[in-house]
Design a protein around this ligand. Sequence first.
Ligand code: EPS
Length: 394
Amino acid sequence: MLRYLTAGESHGEALIGIVEGMPAGVPLTAEIINHQLARRWLGFGRGGRAKFEQDLIHIYSGVRFSKTIASPISMRLDNAAFKKDKSGWPDVMAVDGDGEGVAPITLPRPGHADLEGVRKYGFNDIRPVIDRASARETAIRVACCTLGRQLLKQFGIEVGSHVLRIGEVGWKSEVEYIQQRDEILLKGAESISRQADQSQVRMMDTQLSQASVEHITDVKRSGDSLGGIYEVIVTGAPPGLGSYVHWDRRLSGQLAQAILSIQAQKGVEIGSGIANASRPGSTVHDEIYLDAAKQYQRRTNHAGGLEGGMTNGMPVIVRGYMKPIPTLIKPLETVDLESGKPQPTRYERSDVTSVPAASTVAEATVAWVIANALLDKYGADSLDEMLEHYPYRP
Ligand code: EPS
């Protein structure tokens, strides 16, 4: 059983991650994690922080000579904002002292964790909520989940992602899009990511990509923000990961939780699940046949590679739906926590959209869930021992 913990505030000194349960012998270097961290910063529409935050991981334990040694892996990621920003973060986020002289932030933003966070924990300043609820936390999450991705790689299992829609701009014809995607997918899910990483918004189609950049520019000018849809794909996963025997062992449920645990994600779709709800069954279910090598195959993949909470050998397809970022230049109505009076929200530095970043974070969290399921079925103390048990060696 794999598990990880993250700690740290967005404008505190650093983010910390601990991963436990990784078998011995899995290749890992700081460069491998840094590559994934750099991908998380991809995407037109990020705010000022993207210009100075450079994510470089420090690994402290659990790795020796570039391989895991089965003991917990501990990591630190510094927040450049803590020192480089001129907004006095070391003072307002100080661990010591009594906070005297620090003016509280008291205007909760609709759509953010602000209001419910202060009410729940009894704060008079929104900062502790803003800083832990922030999507900055996803940086250390990507670092932790890269361990899962590294494990999968040893079994020829690849995880990739791309953006389908940003605000009003997205694919109109599902058929046309699926054709394009499936052609690239023949080379594995990472080839989707390699192509998407070339686009400023992580889209596969250059025209849509350009239209999205224009859309983001317009929306930024009007002081607004945008959400969108992305897709995570897993290729090479063997059949039989997950199980139907108990609710919490269903892989589809675990994947939904992985996506919805990411800040601002409001919907999940497995395969073409949403469209399937309005189609007759005969056009939805993926028919079964035996190929020349007597292997079970499917003619279509509307199920997104998951039936009965288990992988069926087809690519796993999971879509995430992200709401627009709640920090807007355009003020929204709120109430000052101190005076109880109505007030417009205050502008804070923010992104216009972070759908491209969310797609890479979702990739990481999906890799983690699949890695856990792989360990559940084929787990062992070391990678070599796991590979010995594994019947589908690439
Ligand atoms: C975020 C607000 C912005 C984003 C941040 C998430 O930070 P700041 O307020 O410092 O400008 O840049 O995202 C990251 C720092 C990151 O690493 O992704 C928020 O409120 O969620």
